[in-house]
Design a protein around this ligand. Structure first.
Ligand code: SF4
Ligand code: SF4
Length: 145
């Protein structure tokens, strides 16, 4: 966007974390290497959503623990997120198939994946990546998908 008008910038954002370090403490892969710094190649969310390699690295795979599309642990444990009111808006509510994801999804063809992913940001995860992520979880026999 090109403007001819001078804009007055906001004040820089202040950290609200105080002495909390819950996200660092609870990250299963120690991906938050220091406050506000995530090492992406250690992050489950990166590997399940962005990594286009055919396999997930072993050190990540053994920590998947059921995560197939992203990982929300650092968000779940953050006290600030607990103060956000529950939102049951249809557009931001996970679809039923995602809530009931199971190994039958491995048999879906690309057309079925495309239909189910229609209108969701999870389209970023390609059908072959969903299958890779599910299979990576299944290698850990105690994981329930
Ligand atoms: S998304 Fe998961 S793996 Fe990535 S930094 Fe957060 S807790 Fe760690
Ligand atoms: S869990 Fe939230 S409040 Fe605590 S350190 Fe992480 S981002 Fe800050």
């Amino acid at each position: 966007m090109i403007l001819t008008k001078d804009l007055i910038p906001d004040k820089p954002h202040q950290s609200l974390c105080g002495k909390c370090d819950k996200c660092i403490e609870h990250c299963p892969t120690n991906a938050i290497v220091e406050p506000f710094v995530i090492q992406s190649d250690l992050c489950i969310a990166y590997h399940t959503i962005e990594n286009r390699d055919k396999t997930i690295p072993n050190k990540i795979e053994k920590n998947l623990d059921g995560w197939v599309a992203g990982c929300d642990i650092c968000q779940d444990v953050c006290p600030w997120n607990k103060s956000v009111p529950f939102n049951n808006n249809y557009e931001t509510t996970p679809k039923e198939w995602i809530k009931n994801l199971n190994i039958e999804c491995l048999n879906w063809d690309d057309k079925t994946w495309k239909e189910n992913l229609q209108g969701t940001t999870l389209k970023r995860i390609k059908p072959w990546m969903w299958k890779r992520n599910i299979q990576a979880n299944l290698k850990n026999k105690e994981t329930k998908i």
